[in-house]
Design a binder for this molecule. Sequence first.
Ligand SMILES: Cc1cc2nc3c(=O)[nH]c(=O)nc-3n(C[C@H](O)[C@H](O)[C@H](O)COP(=O)(O)O)c2cc1C
Length: 231
Amino acid sequence: MPQAKKNHSAQNQSELPFVLAITGASGAIYGMRLLQYLMEVGQPVDLLVSRAALRVMFEEHDLSFGEDLKGGLLRYLELPDTVPLKVHSLTDYGASVASGSYRTRGMAVVPCSLGTLGALASGLTENLIHRAAAVTLKERRTLLILVREMPFGHIQLKNMLALSEAGAVVSCASPGYYHRPQTVSDQVDFVVGRVLDQFDFDNKLFKRWKEDSRPIQQNKSPNKEHEGTKS
Ligand SMILES: Cc1cc2nc3c(=O)[nH]c(=O)nc-3n(C[C@H](O)[C@H](O)[C@H](O)COP(=O)(O)O)c2cc1C
């Protein structure tokens, strides 16, 4: 079974860009919160957003970006336009992330729809998300997918197994409760924090098991409409 290799070459991992794809599963908040965190810590990001993800952002957050996806996202996430963010068109197969020679820290698909899951498991490259993920796998870099669906059908379970066997980190949007979340933002941060763990980001988005200190980066989630909501 292929293993993702940790890239310990001359260039520091944290200097390499991170590829983030947001696809059309419910839970756009996970992808946006992940992006917000990465921008706040100065991590360069190559962002890929599917058309279905834009629809979900509208349905879940009333977000509508028109032609200015980058500007709209930065405004919503309250980030300055100086952050190291590149947004790619999904039809641009000439983009940096389409090539294995463009070195990256890895890639996360958050959230990952069952459609994208199927494409990745079968090696399809019908858009730049699929291509970037295939590149990440073939280069033995960390590829994490955060699937959101319930229940899972047999085909999706087989697709997840295939991707895991190919070296991907397969996870699902499944917040824990042992850290006693008080708000939806706490639940989102738990999931996003566990995603970041897979890429060795020393994050404090949630209270870890047997850790005494309270989370120090809570309540900055873009999920503003749910802050303070008992969950
Ligand atoms: C509001 C909304 C919620 C959705 N939730 C999910 C979901 O949780 N999981 C999923 O696999 N697809 C979900 N879908 C369907 C996907 O968006 C659809 O299958 C789409 O083709 C995925 O395309 P993409 O993988 O290119 O983003 C949802 C669609 C909408 C509009």
